[in-house]
Each structure stands twice: as structure tokens, then as C-alpha cells.
Design a protein around this ligand. Structure first.
Ligand code: AMP
Length: 425
């Protein structure tokens, strides 16, 4: 089979690495890809939102299956366009991707189908938002409705900050049309986890739980990032909670989307807050999480291709998946300055030092080739991922590998996986 992967991050490198192991696959292309993905795939310079060109490429190269990494092409309707041209693709269509593309849609869906989530109200007028806020008080979380490159969620602890956030989104339009409407949501406390499932719109196959680390600094301090590391499984998700998430979140969501005429096929990601055995959904994503995909795919023993094909063909009931019992941990290495403006084009050294290490994979995110050398080209640069017989062993192995890689200004958190140890140890 010829496979096309859309995207250029660590998630897409992990997908390319996993798909390359499939005996069903002859050739992988990735648009646009990165320096690490180039080891497994031919990288083609088409942007992820250039749907027409991507579809034409898939037609010309006789692509048998396309898998979409990031949300943008999904919300723009890449799946609809490919299917209209008779091309097989794994992911939700435009109408179903609204579950990630509009936070208001997803909150209203949760309310309608009794899926546990924080109380909220929605506004398009800043006056009404401010009136509500003054009655409600703080802390609250203010969310732009649309896609805002991961920056559209602002937790606020004071009225001043809340007013500033409302003004910035609704009046100053810092997120453009993504901020035409906002949500003001109750502030939740607890421990977050990621829960991902494969679904063809009827059958749901859960993926092992995982946990991301959003803030830039240790002990969850500092501004949020795209994700500084992840591990799987997340011990905070006990077997009982896992069943609760399947019964109270995943099944009603897939059924609810179908009832709304928005059949959901693809990867469904729920970000959940866990507090004293109760769960509350923070958000849905219409795709694999990044970096959670890196440790998850390392633990997947089965071939991924038959699963992706079965989603596209709507016969997921015929598939079963085997997972490695061993935990896996991903430590994200970032460029100096991230998540603010950061340096690009800095040479990365020591990548070869990790090649022979057992159960270690270094997934590239923001990397590129410059004169045959690998250089940084994004904020999140590498996802150093390792599997171990215990979470401690996986953590040690990931940090050992990270310590062998260098570039000027490289940074990573030193406490990835600590929460898992606290829970298991
Ligand atoms: P979201 O994109 O909605 O998941 O929000 C991004 C991050 O903001 C989450 O991973 C949480 O850390 C935080 N967050 C979102 N909603 C809430 C909430 N209601 N209470 C506390 N934190 C939240």
C-alpha cells in the first residue's frame, strides 16, 4: 500500500515509524514532514491546509490510505474532499470535526447528552460576558470558541484578569474569528489525563490512557505549551475510571454525534479532569494527541494499518489490538525561548548516540535538514521516548537518551512522569 501522512510533528513521526513496520506498506509519503520522518517517508512540501493539492497528490501517487495528524485540515474538510474524489482517508469529516473546531458545539453536545463537564455559559457580547462574570466571580476559565493554536484557553484567578481576557478576545479580537464567541466555564481542580479511542462511528476501541504535561516548567509552573512530555498508561485512570469514561463519555459522544447527523469516524480524544473518582471532560480533540501519541504507539504491539483501514471502511468490529504492558515515557526537548519566540536553525548534535539504545525512539517535531545536518526548526524539537519494565525505568531511559543529545539552548522538564510514580509508588 501507498500511505500519505499529513503533518510535521512528533505525532506524525511516531505514526510514520509505526506504519513503516507494517508488512502491508510499500511506500510512505508525508506532507510536509520533518528531518526525522524523512527516514521512513518521502517528505513532500505541501502545506497541511492545501487540501486541493494534497488530494491531487494522493490521486497522482495512487495513495491507498491517508492519515491526518493535525486538526486544521480536518476542520477544513480534508476528509470530505478526499472521499468525494474516491480516496480512502482516516479521520472525521468536516461536520464531525466541529467537536474540536468549536468549543461551544462540544460543550452543548456534552450538555445535551449528559456527558460530565464543567458548568458554562457562552457569549458574543463583552457587556453580557462581564455582567455574568461579576455575578459569578472567579476563578473561571475563559475559552475562545474556535481554533486558536492551543492559546485560546485562559484560566483567570481575578476579576481584572478575567475582564482583560474578555476584552482581548471579544473586543480586540486577538484570536480573530476564532474569538467571535467565548465560553466562561467553572474552574476545575484535579489531575488531568488523556483518553483516546479509535472509532468508526459504531464500534469504539479504547487506546491505553496517557497523560500530557502542558506547562513549560517543572511542577506544572509557567505558561502552557503544546505539551512538554507524556506517559502511558496514566495510573490516575484506574480500571473503574476507564470504564466510566467509556460508558459516560466515549459511547454517548459517538452516539450523540451520529444522532446529530455528524457521524464521527477516526480518532476521538477526550481531555479529562479527574477529581476524587469523578471525571469531567475539558475538551475533545478530533485527532491523536501530541505528545501522547509517541508513548502510546511505542506500546502498540499490533499493526496500526489494519486499524486505520478498518476505521475508514467502517468495520472496526473486526479488529482487535494488542498493547505492550510496559509503560512508555516521552520527554519533549524544546528550543530556547519556547513557548515564546524561539531560535531556529541551530544544529542538533548527538542524535546518533541514541540509535543503539534499547527501547528508545527519538521522534522529531521541529527539525529540518540544512546542508545535510539536522537543525532545529520549531519550538518543540524532539520527543525522546522510551519504554521500560516500570515507569521509573522508562523515565530513566528517556532522560538518559535526552542527556546524550545537545544543541545550544536545548531545554526539557526534569519531572516528566513524576505524577505516575507518586501514584504507583
Ligand atoms: P482545553 O483546550 O479546553 O483542554 O484547555 C487547555 C487546558 O486548559 C487544559 O488542558 C487544562 O489544563 C486547562 N483547562 C481547561 N478547562 C479548564 C477548567 N474548566 N478548569 C481548569 N482548567 C481548565
Amino acid at each position: 500500500m501507498n500511505v500519505l501522512i499529513i503533518g510535521s510533528g512528533g505525532r506524525e513521526h511516531a505514526l510514520a515509524w509505526k506504519i513503516a513496520q507494517s508488512s502491508k506498506v510499500k511506500k510512505i509519503y508525508c506532507a510536509p514532514g520533518n528531518a526525522g520522518i524523512a527516514e521512513y517517508a518521502e517528505c513532500i512540501s505541501i502545506k497541511v491546509d492545501d487540501i486541493d493539492q494534497l488530494a491531487s497528490f494522493a490521486e497522482t501517487q495512487r495513495i491507498d490510505l491517508t492519515i491526518v495528524g493535525p486538526e486544521l485540515p480536518l476542520t477544513l474538510g480534508i476528509v470530505d474532499e478526499f472521499e468525494n474524489r474516491g480516496l480512502k482517508i482516516c479521520g472525521p469529516g468536516k461536520s464531525a470535526s466541529v467537536i474540536e473546531g468549536s468549543k461551544i458545539f462540544s460543550k452543548d453536545l456534552m450538555k445535551k447528552y449528559h456527558i460530565p463537564t464543567a458548568d458554562y455559559a457562552t457569549f458574543s457580547s463583552s457587556k453580557e460576558a462581564l455582567d455574568y462574570l461579576r455575578k459569578k466571580g472567579v476563578p473561571v476559565v475563559i475559552k475562545a470558541d474556535g481554533l486558536a493554536a492551543g492559546k485560546g484557553v485562559i484560566p483567570v484567578q481575578s476579576l481584572d484578569k478575567a475582564e482583560e481576557a474578555i476584552d482581548a478576545i471579544l473586543t480586540k479580537k486577538i484570536f480573530g474569528s476564532a474569538g467571535e464567541r467565548i465560553i466562561i466555564e467553572d474552574f476545575l481542580t484535579g489531575e488531568e489525563a488523556s483518553f483516546i479511542a479509535f472509532t468508526d462511528g459504531k464500534t469504539i476501541i479504547p487506546v491505553p490512557s496517557s497523560q500530557d504535561h502542558k506547562p513549560i516548567y517543572d511542577n506544572d509552573q509557567g505558561p502552557n505549551t503544546g505539551g512538554m512530555g507524556a506517559y502511558s498508561p496514566a495510573p490516575v485512570i484506574t480500571d473503574t475510571l476507564q470504564q466510566k469514561i467509556i460508558d459516560q463519555v466515549m459511547i454517548p459522544t459517538v452516539k450523540g454525534m451520529a444522532a446529530e447527523g455528524k457521524k464521527y469516524k477516526g480518532i476521538l480524544y477526550a481531555g479529562v479532569m479527574v477529581n476524587q473518582g469523578e471525571i469531567s471532560v475539558l475538551e475533545f480533540n478530533a485527532r491523536f494527541g501530541d505528545p501522547e501519541t509517541q508513548p502510546i504507539l511505542m506500546r502498540m504491539k499490533s499493526d496500526l494499518m489494519p486499524v486505520l483501514e478498518a476505521i475508514a471502511d467502517e468495520r472496526l468490529d473486526q479488529v482487535s489490538i494488542e498493547w505492550d504492558e510496559r509503560p512508555a515515557v516521552c520527554v519533549v526537548m524544546t528550543a530556547k525561548g519556547y513557548p515564546g519566540s524561539y531560535q531556529k536553525g541551530v544544529e542538533i548534535e548527538g542524535l546518533d548516540n541514541t540509535k543503539a539504545m534499547n527501547d528508545v525512539q527519538v521522534f522529531h517535531a521541529g527539525t529540518a535538514f540544512k546542508d545535510d545536518r539536522v537543525v532545529t526548526s520549531g519550538g518543540r524539537v524532539l520527543g525522546v521516548t522510551a519504554m521500560g519494565s516500570s515507569i521509573e525505568e522508562a523515565i530513566n531511559q528517556a532522560y538518559h537518551a535526552a542527556s546524550r543529545i545537545h544543541w545550544e539552548g536545548a531545554y526539557y522538564r526534569k519531572d516528566i512522569g513524576k505524577k505516575a510514580i507518586n501514584r504507583t509508588g
